[in-house]
Write a protein that binds this ligand. Structure first.
Ligand SMILES: NC(=O)c1ccc[n+]([C@@H]2O[C@H](COP(=O)([O-])OP(=O)(O)OC[C@H]3O[C@@H](n4cnc5c(N)ncnc54)[C@H](O)[C@@H]3O)[C@@H](O)[C@H]2O)c1
Length: 304
């Protein structure tokens, strides 16, 4: 906020009330807006007659009515440089936690059962294991370096990235997802939620995976079918999962994943490090300023 509060060309208003009625009122005369996860439906955008730019705190923008923004030629900017490394670190963190059965071993000591450690189910290594990165954008590219650091075999599924680029960065391109998942030890999602990716990971696909496979979703809820994942875990079809994002956020209390202890959960916080939040905050506001000063890096503007 300091970046823009001290700027002579902007008048700023901050609101915590993200109801449609309040946003309609607050955005009525605004030239620019910055939002995190609040929903910006078409009816709000429609009434924001002066709005020229929406600066998202983050890289996803599925909370904005894109058709309406396009129709009104309102640009959407994202914090493209801020969070890839942080999310990639989160993936390694949850992966190792699941593979090393962190919760179970930790609890064993705390419960005074140290001497029973030989009776515990064994941990698994990630060395030389097959890791499939689905979606090879900013986060996928940050993740591959970390996977290679652990000497994993990295495969990439992203129909929009060329084989040569993937190989240059140390991965192997896969074209047939159904075939590829059969031999993977880890599958990590890093693509947007679209008509094509919604429920892409469903029971039919899960049942073809290896029994020791670990799935990570720190992309968007809805790409994995939650009930199907719960079923697959309960039937021991896969080893475990880490879920940072949910179809509905916050998830309902009766979401089965909340009761499944084979799932490592986090509340959409893969990017919540101190460093990353500072970078994202600064970049969100700098994007607004740069837009009005006609110097925004065009790669940060979403192509609608
Ligand atoms: N959990 C969090 O806090 C958090 C933080 C940042 C980003 N995200 C999410 O992570 C995802 C990736 O972010 P990013 O910054 O790397 O995005 P990006 O736009 O840089 O990369 C996305 C990649 O997905 C690929 N893709 C698109 N459709 C595909 C499909 N059908 N199959 C396979 N690949 C496909 C694109 O070609 C692109 O390379 C997004 O969904 C974003 O919203 C979540």
């Amino acid at each position: 906020m300091e970046l823009i509060n001290n700027h002579p060309n902007f008048d700023i208003e901050v609101t915590d009330d993200t109801s449609v009625e309040n946003l309609k009122l607050k955005l009525k005369n605004c030239d620019g807006a910055s939002i995190r996860i609040a929903k910006l439906p078409g009816e709000v955008i429609e009434e924001a007659k002066n709005l020229k730019i929406i600066s998202r705190h983050g890289v996803g923008y599925d909370n904005i009515d894109l058709e309406k923004a396009k129709e009104k030629d309102i640009k959407i900017a994202i914090t493209a440089n801020a969070n890839a490394v942080t999310v990639a670190e989160h993936v390694m963190f949850v992966l190792l936690n699941i593979a090393k059965r962190k919760g179970l071993y930790d609890k064993t000591v705390r419960d005074g059962n140290f001497k029973d450690r030989n009776k515990l189910p064994k941990m698994i290594e990630i060395w030389k294991k097959n890791f499939l990165i689905m979606g090879f954008g900013r986060i996928g590219k940050a993740l591959i370096k970390r996977c290679l650091g652990f000497e994993m075999n990295v495969f990439v599924y992203d129909p929009f990235v060329e084989k040569e680029r993937i190989e240059e960065l140390g991965g192997k391109k896969v074209d047939d997802l159904k075939e590829a998942v059969k031999t993977m030890d880890v599958v990590s999602l890093h693509m947007p939620l679209t008509d094509k990716t919604e429920n892409l990971i469903n029971y039919d696909l899960l049942k073809t995976m290896k029994k020791n496979c670990i799935i990570v979703n720190a992309a968007r809820g809805g790409i994995i079918h939650e009930e199907d994942l719960d079923k697959a875990l309960n039937e021991n079809l896969i080893f475990g999962a880490a879920i940072d994002v949910f179809k509905k956020e916050p998830p309902d209390n009766n979401n089965p994943l909340l009761k499944n202890d084979k799932v490592f959960l986090s509340p959409h916080t893969a990017a919540f490090t101190d460093e990353c939040m500072t970078r994202m905050g600064k970049e969100t506001i700098q994007n607004l300023i740069d837009f009005f000063e006609n110097k925004i890096d065009q790669s940060k503007i979403v192509k609608l």
